[in-house]
Design a protein around this ligand. Structure first.
Ligand code: GLY
Length: 304
């Protein structure tokens, strides 16, 4: 890895609250704004980029509007299986996939990074690890999400002999894309990226999306940091976050994101990206109808 001199940087953070269709825009705006400001407060107080992205993402995990933590989408089997990852520009990283019954998967991902020599823990193993680390049982299902799932399943079944409910459900999945994420640079120039999701609604039990796959939904290296949202299967195939980091080697975050989104569009991948390059420039883009995002740079707050 190339070494670079770290000079004092202006603390910067960009957060995203998911790409796709947003029905409750005000709530999304409040959520991403609050997360960006909370993360920026950490940075202004001299905190690390890692602490800032964890604060921002954990805050969004606690807001039921977002599809992550409390408020996560339910699987076809009625389960909540969450994915989360965190990564630093020195390639330190930790992730959990298909984890159930915890409040903040991003905090567990951080523990994977800091307390194990692994990158990714999944399912029951991830849950056992979380309990060993002191994370208490928590039911992330909200009544609203349960009702949504039941309603869709009723709709799908109406008047039909349903043998393969999953095949029918796949037609409905794209309507609720969503993930949250944050990328930050602290005063030392260090960059961190974090992403968290409840996955696609009505996904098959055991499905894992792009979010916890290092290089797909979350990535950071000496070029910058990236958090992705959107259609996980397609994002994984394009290794979109790592590609965006490669693009940032010779371009600003915005130019790199634009290039990655053009590629995604050509390949039929509905998604959104937020990024920060090593000079502290923010980049964001999406090819879905909308993406909720907010950033604070040079002391100014911008909300979608
Ligand atoms: N991008 C989130 C997911 O597909 O799981």
């Amino acid at each position: 890895m190339t070494k670079r001199k770290r000079t004092t940087k202006s603390p910067t953070i960009i957060v995203q609250g998911g790409a796709g269709r947003i029905t409750d825009k005000q709530s999304h705006r409040r959520g991403v704004q609050g997360a960006a400001l909370a993360g920026h407060e950490v940075l202004r107080g001299g905190g690390s980029a890692l602490d800032a992205v964890i604060r921002a993402v954990a805050l969004m995990e606690d807001i039921p509007t977002f599809n992550c933590g409390t408020g996560s989408a339910l699987s076809i089997g009625g389960r909540i299986e969450m994915d989360a990852a965190v990564m630093l520009d020195d390639l330190s990283c930790g992730a959990v996939a298909a984890i159930e019954r915890v409040r903040n998967p991003i905090l567990v991902a951080r523990k994977v990074m800091e307390e194990t020599d692994h990158v990714l823990l999944v399912g029951r193993g991830a849950l056992r690890f979380a309990r060993r680390m002191g994370f208490k049982p928590h039911d992330p299902a909200t009544e609203k999400r349960r009702r949504q799932r039941e309603q869709i399943i009723r709709q799908l079944k109406s008047g039909r002999e349903v043998k393969y409910l999953d095949r029918l459900a796949s037609q409905m999945r794209g309507e609720k894309l969503g993930t949250v994420g944050a990328v930050a640079m602290d005063a030392t120039g260090r960059i961190a990226a974090a992403t968290s999701t409840g996955g696609m609604r009505l996904h098959q039990d055991g499905r894992v999306g792009d979010t916890p796959i290092i290089g797909a939904g979350t990535y950071a290296d000496e070029n910058g940091g990236i958090s992705a949202t959107g259609h996980g299967e397609q994002i994984m195939k394009l290794v979109l976050a790592a590609r965006t980091a490669c693009f940032m080697a010779k371009a600003t975050a915005q130019k790199a994101v634009d290039r990655a989104i053009r590629l995604a569009t050509r390949k039929g991948c509905e998604c959104g990206l937020v990024a920060l390059d090593r000079r502290g420039n923010v980049g964001f883009g999406f090819n879905s109808k909308v993406m909720s995002y907010a950033y604070v740079t040079g002391g100014n707050l911008v909300v979608f």
